[in-house]
Design a protein around this ligand. Structure first.
Ligand code: FMN
Length: 401
């Protein structure tokens, strides 16, 4: 038994002993130790295709949009539904501070939401025209989707919307990702826009990108501000999860059901969380990745291109969900690159990232791993479409952080 598993075993044994008491069982129930994917925080995954009496006709499209991938599960979005349009606004108050000082991840997340909305619109008989708006923080209106009547086209990607979950468990090391998978994923790029994929699938590429990811994870964990800004979003209290309906959770860690059960019983400190994250990054995320990839765009200060990168990632992740693969973004190298720029310090990670991506005229903005799953990814909480709609009771916010 390794040190880690021995410690987990002892902790587990102590927890089981504590549970024998009635108070222990009550605590476990309250902490959601026996529950996964249930309660109001997970309802949007179960009801996203429903139409309720009295719903705004386009609400179903927003129901699909809120299930999109998004950084730290911050869900930095607000929607306004018109007669024939949906407008998307950035909720800048939900930014991740020093983890995302230039809002790269926020705009990529908004692009993911646009893609789910576009796929749902087509499935429900609309032809969407999408406008992504450039600008800075003074303009939080980031996208407009106008809807003409069209044919009902529920695509393979649309059907995968409710099954797409970030998978942080070990992937099958015996089963490499075939070249054909990477070709299919490349077909999801849109020649009209600027987002492209750079692969790290051979031994040397995987080794170098893996090393960069592990090093960047350690650097994020040892940066007090980044560590605190990241940990702030972690939710381990079941009541808090059901109330906030956001953030990374124990169920989304990719751990076994036993470890998640034990993990839910105790508060998780920032230090414990960082220790776990660094080990998992090296021994699970990187060690069992079949391939890494980076989405690159021409100019990472251009938010339209960042949203295009998000749209591409959403399509790619949906495709993996539809085709039995697993995927996980691993953005630590980018988070360090952004932080180095913010602090004006030597661009150690920025330089190495650029060297590895090595695509003239392009900059890497989003890195991920790919593989065949051993266990399935579990859903993360979501605020419902109704909770993120702008309207009389929820006016458009001012564009301040
Ligand atoms: C821009 C962006 C950056 C992300 N970075 C990471 C990351 O570095 N590590 C990770 O495990 N997940 C990352 N994710 C995945 C999100 O944490 C995940 O989408 C979110 O928690 C919601 O969970 P879901 O994808 O299972 O619905 C990222 C997602 C986006 C869109």
């Amino acid at each position: 038994m390794t040190m880690m598993s021995r410690r987990s075993f002892l902790k587990g044994a102590a927890a089981v002993a504590a549970l024998v008491s009635v108070g222990g069982v009550t605590h476990a129930v309250k902490q959601g130790a026996f529950s996964t994917g249930t309660g109001p925080a997970y309802e949007p995954w179960h009801t996203w295709e429903n139409v309720e009496e009295g719903d705004l006709p386009l609400l179903r499209i927003v129901r699909a949009a809120v299930l999109a991938a998004n950084a730290h599960n911050t869900q930095p979005w607000l929607y306004r539904i018109g007669d024939r349009s949906i407008d998307l606004f950035a909720d800048v108050s939900r930014n991740i501070g020093t983890i995302d000082p230039w809002l790269r991840e926020m705009y990529i997340s908004l692009g993911c939401a646009v893609e789910n909305a576009a796929l749902a619109a087509r499935a429900y008989g609309y032809q969407p025209s999408i406008k992504l708006y450039s600008g800075g923080l003074e303009r939080i209106h980031v996208a407009g989707i106008s809807l003409e009547e069209g044919l009902e086209e529920p695509s393979e990607l649309y059907r995968a919307i409710g099954n797409r979950h970030t998978n942080r468990a070990a992937y099958d090391s015996e089963k490499p990702v075939e070249d054909s998978v990477m070709s299919e994923l490349e077909k999801l790029t849109d020649v009209q826009d600027d987002a492209r994929i750079v692969w790290f699938a051979d031994d040397a590429g995987r080794r170098e990108m893996g090393k960069l990811i592990v090093g960047a994870t350690e650097a994020v964990a040892s940066d007090r501000n980044q560590s605190a800004d990241s940990h702030r979003w972690f939710r381990n209290d079941w009541g808090e999860i059901q109330r906030h309906k956001d953030g990374p959770t124990m169920d989304a860690t990719g751990n076994s059901s036993f470890t998640r059960f034990i993990g839910k019983l105790f508060p998780v400190s920032e230090q414990t969380s960082n220790d776990y994250w660094m080990k998992a990054t090296e021994n699970t995320y990187v060690a069992t990745a079949s391939a890494f990839g980076t989405i690159a765009i021409k100019d990472q200060t251009d938010r339209v291109q960042l949203m295009q990168a998000g749209r591409l990632w959403q399509r790619m992740h949906l495709w993996t969900a539809a085709n039995g693969l697993a995927a996980q973004p691993l953005n630590q190298p980018h988070e360090r690159r952004d932080r180095e720029l913010q602090l004006g310090i030597e661009p150690v990670f920025g330089r190495e990232l650029a060297r590895l991506v090595n695509k003239p005229g392009y900059e890497g903005v989003f890195t991920f791993r790919l593989g065949y799953p051993i266990s399935r990814g579990l859903p993360s909480p979501r605020r419902s479409a109704e909770e993120v709609l702008l309207g009389a009771s929820n006016p458009t916010p001012s564009p301040s952080r």
